[in-house]
Design a protein around this ligand. Structure first.
Ligand SMILES: [Zn+2]
Length: 80
């Protein structure tokens, strides 16, 4: 088994980035559910951190709270 060993500081930085990604989730309309912006700066910075360390964030099931999203109308493709 091969693995990448990260320093304690790197692990701490990645944990903070993971936390930002968990909080700043993107809704169906592409907007951050916290900031309300498209292209959330906090999420973008966290993704850049993962890229810098050649890591991928772990997905947390249900993080986007799909139960709160408004379904798309099949005929128009618009949000209701
Ligand atoms: Zn955000």
């Amino acid at each position: 088994m091969t693995g990448l060993y990260l320093s304690r500081e790197a692990a701490k930085i990645l944990a903070m980035a993971r936390s930002a990604i968990d909080v700043h989730t993107v809704a169906l309309d592409g907007r951050c559910q916290v900031c309300g912006s498209v292209g959330c700066a906090a999420r973008t910075a966290a993704q850049a951190t993962f890229a810098r360390y050649h890591q991928l964030p772990h997905r947390r099931p249900g993080a986007t709270h799909p139960e709160t999203l408004v379904p798309l109308r099949a005929s128009s493709g618009q949000l209701q």
